[in-house]
Write a protein that binds this ligand. Structure first.
Ligand code: SF4
Length: 521
């Protein structure tokens, strides 16, 4: 933690880190051997609503026991996690990490290597041969979800992560797919003991923290997230990469108090912070705190992740119920305007932390046909960024692949749909960053690793579900789910929103009817 008054640390240049990403992973592979992973020791992902923990986002969550809670760091160093670490240290490939072992089967680098090559994992190598010393290790990467409060109801989400999904299921019951979908398995009210424990522990682990990632629900309206940001405002930590994931579509709370949903021109940073105060509710407070943290350079970097999937309004608003494209756009413009003002401030010799915008484009059946348009919007935003902040890349994106629910995964689509991703790869190749060492060119176009990520989307589309019966069940479930989903949520018809997918929809309808007939007989 750095509490010095004069900020001297220049915020991290993300591109330096991403360009070494693969080299670092190769290096980590050499050092780790066959079973170790730094994430098992230094990374924690916490669901404090239900009192669950896991080492990264691949293994399932496990319950934090009452015995664990007796220990000061029991949210992270749970009994269960310690057993898994012991097994890894004894050369066992623990089953909860099957995601990595499967990736490594053909010699590929897995997340175990990538994650262990990141900056927050460096300390692990000092203790790798004496792991007993890491029994009660302090994590350097913490991801926290305080609650599932969220006003959206995205098609692939669940009651565990969205309170609106939970209300819908309580009202109408689970969806009538082949296996009833989104049954509420854990309806216990939030037990504050895990959150209380977090607040007891946080100040002690805070100085060692390198990455803090806040998720939800919709974290931007969560009172515990605001409390955390208030803490950061008072106790700056200039070695910390802070990140918050949001839909930037907080309708009821996200409007300015005068009702206007548009970005007003503002000429200085302090006024931009004040302007955030006019946004109603917790959402306004969130923006005010973030802007203040960035203006005062209180952290090393701040990334606003935006889950958006597509920039085509009608598709976005169908796939993510209660989203409003206009509100998302206003949120983005607000951030861009703030960054432009920060840049002017930086010119006058003050060190500041700009907001990095990183879009999460989760690749699934509902966004694949608009992927080129999505990339085009990002490309244009990168071009526009040069005019207000020419020093570093602020617009980022990632294209993770959705695998569950299986009937929304890309690999159920007929082969012809691969053309959309092939077009996307060609579009990215045609607009590839020309010179990664040139001060301006490096901000434009698409990077190698972004194109590689898109190629892995194509590779995934080429994998088919295990057998024809499973595939036909996916078609049937797709139809049964979405026809019910649009009725429950009063949405437009699938074929109207996705006319280019009309054939596929009919195919799914056919298999849904077949399944019904088969069940009747
Ligand atoms: S081995 Fe893979 S799944 Fe397991 S903790 Fe490491 S990165 Fe996560």
């Amino acid at each position: 933690m750095d509490t010095s008054k004069k900020p001297t640390v220049v915020p991290r240049e993300v591109e330096k880190i991403v360009s070494n990403y693969t080299t670092n992973a190769v290096d980590a592979r050499e050092k780790l051997g066959d079973t170790l992973c730094a994430a098992k020791w230094y990374h924690t992902s916490l669901n404090l609503r239900t009192g669950k923990s896991r080492s990264c986002y691949h293994p399932p969550f496990h319950q934090i026991s009452d015995e664990d809670l007796q220990k000061p760091d029991g949210l992270h160093n749970t009994e269960f996690k310690q057993q898994q670490r012991n097994m890894m240290a004894n050369g066992i490939k623990v089953s909860e990490c099957s995601y990595c072992w499967n990736t490594e089967k053909d010699g590929s680098l897995s997340d175990r290597h990538f994650r262990s090559g990141e900056e927050w994992a460096i300390d692990f190598y000092n203790y790798k041969d004496d792991l007993e010393k890491l029994k009660n290790v302090t994590p350097t990467y913490v991801e926290v979800m305080f609650s599932n409060t969220c006003q959206l109801q995205c098609s692939y989400c669940s009651p565990e992560y969205s309170s609106t999904w939970a209300s819908n299921i309580r009202r109408y019951g689970p969806y009538g797919t082949s296996i009833p979908h989104n049954i509420i398995t854990d309806d216990t009210p939030t037990d504050s003991k895990y959150i209380d424990k977090f607040w007891e522990w946080f100040p002690t682990m805070y100085p060692q923290l390198k990455v803090l990632r806040l998720t939800g629900g919709e974290p931007t309206i969560d009172k515990n997230v605001l409390k955390l940001l208030e803490f950061l405002n008072v106790m700056p930590h200039r070695g910390l990469d802070l990140a918050v994931t949001s839909s930037l579509s907080v309708r009821r709370f996200g409007q300015y108090s005068n009702g206007a949903d548009r970005v007003f021109p503002i000429d200085n940073v302090a006024r931009a912070v004040n302007r955030a105060r006019e946004i109603t509710g917790n959402y306004g407070k969130y923006h005010e705190l973030i802007r203040s943290i960035c203006m005062n350079n209180s952290v090393k970097s701040f990334t606003q992740y935006v889950s958006v999937d597509t920039f085509t309004s009608e598709k976005l608003e169908y796939a993510r119920v209660n989203t409003n494209m206009n509100i998302v756009n206003v949120g983005i413009q607000d951030i861009n305007q703030f960054n432009a003002l920060l840049y002017k401030t930086k010119q006058s010799d003050k060190t500041v932390t700009p907001i990095q915008l990183s879009y999460i484009i989760t690749m699934n059946v509902l966004n694949v046909t608009s992927i080129v348009k999505t990339l085009d919007v990002i490309l244009k935003q990168r071009e526009a960024q040069v005019s207000y902040e020419p020093d570093r890349q602020l617009i980022w994106f990632d294209t993770p692949i959705l695998t569950a629910p299986s009937w929304q995964a890309l690999n159920i689509l007929p082969r012809a749909y691969q053309e959309y991703v092939i077009d996307a790869i060609e579009f990215m190749e045609a607009n590839k960053t020309k010179d990664v060492n040139h001060p301006v060119e490096k901000l434009l176009g698409f990077r190698d690793f972004e194109i590689e990520r898109m190629k892995s989307v194509l590779a995934f589309m080429k994998t088919t579900p295990t057998d024809m019966e499973t595939l036909h069940r996916c078609y049937s479930d797709f139809y049964r789910f979405f026809s019910e989903y649009e009725q429950r949520n009063k949405l437009g018809k699938f074929e109207k929103v996705f006319p280019e997918m009309s054939e596929f929809w009919k195919q799914c309808q056919y298999y849904s009817r077949q399944t019904r007939r088969w069940l009747k007989n």
